[in-house]
Design a protein around this ligand. Sequence first.
Ligand SMILES: [Zn+2]
Length: 108
Amino acid sequence: MSDAHESDVRGRDVPADVDRAATDAHDYDVPTDEPVYRCDRCGRPFAREDWLRLHRGIDHPDALDDEEVETYRDAFADEQAEIRRFRLKALGALILIYFGLLMVYAVL
Ligand SMILES: [Zn+2]
């Protein structure tokens, strides 16, 4: 493994220039009425359980057991699907804006 990159559990390169120590040292303000999923390794709180799973896979890849790797992959796949849906909606919105402006331009 090179010094410049580290690999996540999926074997892809992750840029090593992210200052993890700086983010780990941060104080997190969590509203008391929110459900909190807390990382048992660094204490960082998350509002959603799948975000905690993603965090474990990204920040503590070496500390995962097989089950946690599996839940990380599931959470990662869910996140990918969510990003795809968002991109489709964004594309749809852009097309609507484009043709909307085209109509306005044609009328004026
Ligand atoms: Zn953590």
